[in-house]
Structures are given as structure tokens and as C-alpha cells.
Design a protein. Sequence first.
Length: 199
Amino acid sequence: MLASITPLGERGRNRRWGFTASFYVAGSVMGGATRGAILGGIGALVPASVRPSSSAVALILAILLGVAAAVEAHRLRLPIPGPARQVNEDWLDQYRGWVIGFGFGYQLGIAAVVYITSASLWVVFAAELLTFSPTRGMALGALFGLIRAVPLLATYRVRSPQQLRTAHAALSRRAPLAERVVTATCSIAALVMIVAAVA
């Protein structure tokens, strides 16, 4: 995906990368916000009398984060459910830059309609549901969408085939580091949730 929207590729299609990338970021934020609002809205349907307390919610999230950390660290072998589809790269030559940017970004921001490669994403879904509020769920989803869009901005220097190859190689080298960062983030967040549950 990151290799599909670069200054090099957009120049070859007579489009401006900055324009396409801007719509990609906006689409990702809106996609995440949409999902968060839907999940928070579903949570809001749960009667207040049977909702778990804030301490119980923190404990639930701590457990889920712990499981996600174990899966990311390959200590626990669990399948990560999700659809077996990716954004349609045929769009790249069929539509205008803003359509591609927003369309790709929106789908990846929603996240539940494309490959899910990280167990931590399911924790985000659960957190949005457990806000019990479409507004809070939307805010959490929008933040997710923004964070998910940031890696695309790292391609702004890819203006030649050699730079594209270098970028691919760098992404491959950094994949294990990214896994460790996700594992550490989930572990730290789990500890924070345990402290919040106890407090």
C-alpha cells in the first residue's frame, strides 16, 4: 500500500502526491471515526444498569491488551480474524487522486474491511465499543485513523526507482522493530489499565 502512493508513482500518473496524500489522511481519519461512532453507538445501546464499571472496563482492556501483546510477541498462537481483502489497486489508474486517496484512506481507517494483521486492532475495536458513547468512540476511532495514516507520509522522498527500492528494503528491515514496538505498547497499556482498575 505504501508503495502505491508515492511522489514517483503519482508523478507517473500526472497527479500531485501531496494532494492524494492529504485526501488519504482525511479518509483514514474519517474511516476510523465512522467505525468508532458505530461501535460506540452499539455500546450505548447497552442499558446503563448492566454496563460494567469503569474499573471493570479497565480490567477487560488490560486482559485484551495482554493477549494482544502475547500474540504480537509470538508467545500465544491465535488466529487473527478479519476479511481476506486489500484495497483495490486497479483504482490507481482508473480514478482521480482525491478519489484514490480518500477511498484507500477510508477503507484502511475503518480497518475492519481489509486484512487485519495485528491483534492489537481488535483491542481498539473493543475499546471503542466499551466507551458506550458514539461521540467518545468516534474520537478514539479518529485518533486511530490519524495514526494509521502517518506511515504514508514517510514516502514523501520517494522520487526515483532507486529510492523506492531503498524504501522497500527499509520497511522490510523495520518490520521486526515494528512488532516489538506494538508488543511493548500493548504491554505498557495493559499495565496502565491494571493500575486504573485498581485505583
